[in-house]
Design a protein. Structure first.
Length: 189
């Protein structure tokens, strides 16, 4: 599959099989991610790969964030809510937390460091697709919460840029819906 085909045919795959994904294959995806561009070659990305019971760390992060959001809940109601939150970590056999660890290079700009880490995620998604895997890039409020960062032992300057859920597809890829680039382009000549 060439790169343009991968770009045009990659889709968000939210349902994957429980089948394990070989570690060597995940390492190939991470290697592809590491080839993303970055300003001043700072390479500000790092990854936390969770498989098997390693996903419990993410589940606990979801539970901690949820508990903080509903301090009025207690007892059985709270426990049911936290159990549901913990299960989110098990929606795929592999979950990768993509982290931006900004460089201390004085030329580095946080927005550019975040963009580079996000470009690494796109490389990872394309590599997953090219290797027959389905993936979804999840984000949202829990990802940005200080309790989630603490749960992964991240410093104040580090930022989670996404949780990428990966596995073998268990759904038909949705049909693409894109606005043509010509509708979003201005040429200055």
């Amino acid at each position: 599959m060439n790169v343009e085909e991968a770009i045009r045919t990659r889709r968000t795959i939210g349902r994957v099989k429980k089948d394990p994904v070989d570690r060597a294959l995940i390492e190939r995806l991470l290697d592809a991610a590491a080839w993303a561009p970055s300003h001043h070659n700072t390479q500000p990305w790092s990854f936390i790969v969770m498989t098997g019971e390693g996903r419990a760390r993410l589940g606990e992060g979801y539970a901690r964030v949820a508990a903080a959001a509903v301090p009025e809940l207690s007892g059985q109601t709270l426990e049911e809510r936290l159990a549901k939150e913990r299960m989110k970590a098990y929606r795929a056999p592999v979950v990768i937390a993509a982290v931006c660890s900004p460089s201390d290079d004085p030329r580095a700009v946080l927005a550019e460091e975040l963009a580079a880490a996000q470009a690494a995620v796109q490389n990872l998604l394309l590599a997953a697709h090219a290797n027959g895997l389905g993936a979804i890039w999840r984000s949202g409020d829990p990802m940005y919460h200080p309790l989630m960062k603490e749960n992964f032992g991240l410093s104040g300057g580090q930022h989670i840029v996404g949780f990428i859920y990966i596995g073998y597809p268990d759904m038909t890829a949705p049909q693409p819906q894109r606005i043509p680039a010509t509708a979003k382009t201005v040429w200055l000549v």
